[in-house]
Write a protein that binds this ligand. Structure first.
Ligand code: SF4
Ligand code: SF4
Length: 150
């Protein structure tokens, strides 16, 4: 009884040993991603009208938009996505009326600290850049934790 099980196990081992490798030598060997793979969000800032629909459709409030209103209209000055909260659900991409949001194939998103998971997909130089410092992020996190508004 034991001998039969042992032979079966050996047969499986030998089959895998000489068969096609199913693991990849990452990172030397890059994975082939599915066409609809959902990596880091990507923003086409030239299409974005700063309407805020994506942020309000996000179930986890992972998107933060910075805007500035001039005499004509509201303009985008910064766009942040917090991957600590993002579910990669795609609701923001579906909700965008301008088709400005999409998923990129960027999957290497590991960081050593929480702040590194907040991605500025767009930041206008000048005053908006100040909004993306760590202190600003911590304030944002604190308000989230307290259930307050951005
Ligand atoms: S993919 Fe989902 S969770 Fe992530 S930012 Fe968009 S709506 Fe929010
Ligand atoms: S929904 Fe689209 S156009 Fe509106 S703020 Fe978001 S990315 Fe920009």
């Amino acid at each position: 009884m034991y001998g039969r099980g042992l032979l079966k196990g050996l047969a499986i081992t030998i089959r895998h040993f000489f068969g096609r490798a199913i693991t990849e030598q990452y990172p030397e060997q890059r994975p082939v991603l599915a066409p609809r793979f959902r990596g880091l969000l990507s923003l086409a800032a030239d299409k974005c009208t700063a309407c805020g629909t994506c942020a309000s459709s996000c179930p986890n409030r992972a998107i933060r938009i910075h805007t500035r209103r001039d005499e004509k209209k509201r303009r985008l000055t910064g766009y942040e996505v917090n991957l600590l909260y993002c579910l990669f659900c795609g609701l923001c991409v579906e909700a965008c009326p301008e088709g400005a949001l999409s998923f990129s194939p960027d999957f290497e998103l590991a960081t050593y600290h929480r702040g590194g998971a907040i991605y500025a997909l767009y930041a206008l130089s000048g005053e908006a850049a100040n909004d993306f410092d760590l202190a600003g992020r911590e304030k944002f996190e604190g308000r989230r934790a307290a259930g307050g508004e951005e």
